[in-house]
Design a protein around this ligand. Sequence first.
Ligand SMILES: [Zn+2]
Length: 304
Amino acid sequence: MQDILTPKNRFPKTIEEFKKQFHNETTCLHFLFYKRWPKGFMCPYCNWIKREQEPAKTITCSHCGHPTSITTNTIMHGTKKPLFGWLECIWWLASTDGGHSAKDLQRLLNLSSYQTAWTWLQKLRMAMAVADNKPCRGTIELCSNSILLGGDKGSKSQILAAAEIILPSGITGRIKMESIGELSKNTVTSFLNKHVATGSSLVVPDSTGYQGIDQDAYFTIADSKSATTVRIQQIIQSFEIWLNKIHRGGVVAKHLQLYLDEFCFRSNVAMLSDNEAIFNLLLSGVLAQKSRSYKNLTAHITTE
Ligand SMILES: [Zn+2]
């Protein structure tokens, strides 16, 4: 069992190279098997490990008897489509800038169904959120603003966002964004618990929404001439422009979080060394064991 991306067999730079390297389903299966179980097959039901297990489409656990496929309990769970299509889509998302619509993916994979392309992209956005899970830390700009959504007849959605400022250069580091109902002590606290490491310094607007921040956990600095939240306000604006340019008003509020997750992922992986690192990070999210909350999130999305 070996990783097919070796020094001799480099990470594909073009779609043609990708198709040549991942040329059949057996190659794709072996590749994914190695990525999911680098230390040998581990049964997701009883955690039994079988190091000498050869890659196979379905493996029956010799300890508990449960059958497991390479996609069991991952984001691809229950897929009826070839593994090649999933890997091609992951490669394409990791190797191209900007963002893509479901129509772009439908063309790339030559899918007959727009719904399948849309569902795949939503699942891969969930994988981005799973993979891009490091909290922001250090000096952070925190701000909330509303954006206009074309998909809900011009309704507005409230966004809460954070951006690391890497000192002394002052460049933007990691960003995190969430769609919130309204700005309140509860939404700010929940956002900080999830996305910002304690001990960080927060630059916040001078507004009541931020007054309940735990002063033992964070050092807060009110927005002023010397410490502003201009950068994070611009990032929220950039998201609004990106969303409406790529998806042309087709996004509704109930799906907004997944697009925020993709935007943050794309911004954060710009700090990685190359496309192979981005591909591996996204793949780690695709292969991660699904959590209960993740299952609830996917419950409304059909399996393709
Ligand atoms: Zn088992």
